[in-house]
Design a protein around this ligand. Structure first.
Ligand SMILES: Cc1ncc(COP(=O)(O)O)c(C=O)c1O
Length: 400
């Protein structure tokens, strides 16, 4: 069938109109093609930059043991898995990783997805029924929100970390829904603050609800056993019958992929229903092998996460002493909030010229008037490097 030229021109005009709106609002998104260096820095247009924009928190992406296991898997299995896990993409390595995760997290069972995004999308949408109510923290990650929407349940947002508001919403909706689900990130990715998970759990029990927690940024760094904020609960108590725990392999575990831990029956249901699991190629065995080794390393030695935590404390303290607004950050994710988007973009650009890659984050990723630099501290960093960054940031701010 021949489409008249005028129709395709109209279509492209409307696309261009939408692009113009994005550009005119100063919200055009772009990417930089980088080269990665062995010391964790990056090369951009032949300039070496300290990378404050990576979620490779424990610097495991370059760890010899992680690389070795990834190479071994590459030699045995090849690059890709070749099919969905339910067809032929599921290997002995995948099964071993799921057992490792379940054992480490102290859950009955675990399921590995091809990304953290897919894990949230698939888990929430397959467990939550259209007749249910989901109460979600207003700053939850996009993949949680999409999972909630995809479930077709009624979705309401409670004010960020506000358990009184949450309790109020529960009270107002009592008896109207089949089941209640409370959903929250544990470490919020744009503000670096922690969810009040004990209080969330208390409300979960009190209201016969289920609690879904996404530990994406906390896994590997936070908690006594580095499993995230849920480490505050005793490993062998029965909180796990009420909590579904999500995580990603793509941040502190330096690989790619996502996972969910839960009761065996819940995992079985997700396996049978989650479209992002069933209709997507299984995670590459190379990533599976790398993640398994990263978990072993985390269990063997705390040195890297101790470094990340102490560097983060030091950086937060110094930024506050400079009179900067770091929001509610209490972790290795540290925003420096300037509010104005144009000013934030200018500061990020000048830092780039001085050798530091610090991403500016603008709406819609964060609320209007809260544009910020988002600093991720990793085990590639040192005190000298942080001091140099603080000095250069002072210079940039003085010149504004
Ligand atoms: C809280 C949270 N959950 C899930 C994801 C998605 O994880 P992945 O990048 O592995 O898809 C992210 C990604 O940044 C995240 O910040």
């Amino acid at each position: 069938m021949k489409i008249p030229d005028s129709q395709s021109v109209d279509h492209l005009n409307s696309i261009q109109h939408e692009l113009d709106l994005i550009t005119n609002a100063g919200l055009n998104r772009f990417r930089r093609a980088l080269n990665f260096c062995p010391d964790g820095s990056v090369l951009y247009r032949n300039k070496k930059l300290v990378n404050f924009a990576s979620n490779d928190y424990l610097a495991f992406s370059k760890h010899p043991a992680v690389l070795h296991s990834a190479r071994r898997a590459l030699n045995s299995y090849g690059v890709g898995s070749g099919a969905s896990p339910l067809v032929s993409g599921y290997t002995k390595l995948h099964r071993a990783l799921e057992r490792d995760i379940a054992h480490w997290e102290g859950f009955d069972d675990a399921l590995v997805f091809s990304s953290g995004f897919a894990a949230n999308l698939g888990t929430i949408s397959s467990l939550v029924h259209p007749k249910d109510l989901i109460l979600s923290d207003s700053l939850n990650h996009a993949s949680i929100i999409d999972g909630c929407r995809f479930s077709r349940a009624t979705l309401r947002f409670f004010k960020h970390k506000d358990c009184d508001h949450l309790q109020n919403l529960i009270f107002r909706n009592q008896g109207k829904f089949r089941k209640l689900w409370i959903v929250s990130d544990t470490l919020f990715s744009m503000d670096g603050d922690f969810a009040p998970i004990e209080k969330l759990y208390e409300l979960t029990l009190k209201n016969d609800a289920m609690l879904i927690l996404d530990e994406a940024h906390a896994t590997g760094v936070t908690g006594d056993g580095a499993r995230g904020l849920t480490d505050i609960f005793p490993i062998d108590s029965d909180w796990k019958s009420r909590i579904i725990k999500l995580g990603t392999l793509s941040k502190a575990l330096a690989s790619q992929g996502g996972f969910v831990c839960a009761n065996k029956k819940i995992i079985k249901l997700i396996k049978n229903k989650a479209r992002s699991y069933i209709f997507s190629t299984a995670l590459s065995p190379v990533c599976v092998a790398a993640a398994r080794t990263a978990i072993k390393l985390i269990n063997k030695d705390d040195t890297r996460r101790d470094l990340v935590i102490s560097l983060s404390n030091y950086l937060r303290k110094n930024l506050v002493e400079m009179g900067l607004d770091i929001g509610p950050s209490e972790s290795h994710i540290i925003p420096v909030i300037f509010g104005n988007t144009e000013k934030t973009m200018r500061i990020a650009k000048q830092l780039l010229e001085l050798g530091f890659l610090v991403p500016p984050i603008r709406p819609p990723s964060v609320p209007v008037n809260s544009s910020r630099l988002r600093i991720s501290v990793t085990a590639f960093h040192t005190y000298d490097l942080i001091n140099d960054f603080l000095l250069k940031l002072k210079v940039v701010l003085c010149q504004l």
